[in-house]
Design a protein around this ligand. Sequence first.
Ligand code: C5P
Length: 295
Amino acid sequence: MTVRAPAKVNLQLSVGPVRDDGYHDLVNVFHAVSLFDEVTATPADALSVTVDGPATVPTGPDNLAARAAALLAEHLGRRPDVALHIRKDIPVAGGMAGGSADAAAALLACDVLWEARLDRETLLELAARLGSDVPFALLGGTAVGLGRGERLTAVEVTGEFHWVFGYADGGLSTPAVYAECDRLRAAGEQDSVWPQVSDDLMAALKTGDAEALGRALHNDLQPAALSLRPSLRDALRAGRAAGALGALVSGSGPTCAFLAASLAHSAELAAALNESGRFAAVRPASGPVPGVTLL
Ligand code: C5P
């Protein structure tokens, strides 16, 4: 069984105060884009993970896809006797939810392989136990996530948006970026207000207006990501100078997301960003795309 899962970019990531459980209440507008990881599940004697991609991906029980297979097996009362092979295209620790995509793909692949065929609600519940971004990787499209980001409502979108993603050398740790956001707020360097869904963003998505979308993009984690990785400031500037309609850090970073006006414009923008030399890799992509899909 091979399942493909998309990366995400956050069109709005508004971070509320830290909760008693250590998580932050969010308004998180997820948007699935056409950069994909693939997970293949094959019957085996025991649970194992192999990775076709960077050496930084863990292959032990900590791998999120392995945890997904183990959790599903436990739910079904069976042994997790599966070999998972992950083909990575989504940047690792890049703020595009690559690990969450792998977990969602492993859930679906094992669900089909083990002929469990769980209903969508149950899969979404298991996904939320694996991580805040895993339910969205199942769902795909564009969605508002409340709570930790796991309580999802689909958003109406007209047409397609064209993006360019600038990958960085090396990742950023999500907990470290949230902790830096808390530190900046405690030091009075960043405001903390109760997050609200942006009406301008919803209107831009509904009408398919890329210029309005570019103006409405917002990420509360961006100051923290820039504080931990100051070179991202120039990386974002390079995209704006090259004519991007919007430029922001994707999620907790360090990947930078640039919105283009059209498919042709995304190719031009990608060429200019490649030329700038500020990125380890530059990848055009479009969204929204569906969530996990059985190939
Ligand atoms: O849910 P997940 O394991 O993906 O979260 C990774 C980390 O990101 C958490 O340990 C926490 O530090 C931070 N986080 C948060 N608030 C959220 C989501 C994630 O503080 N809503």
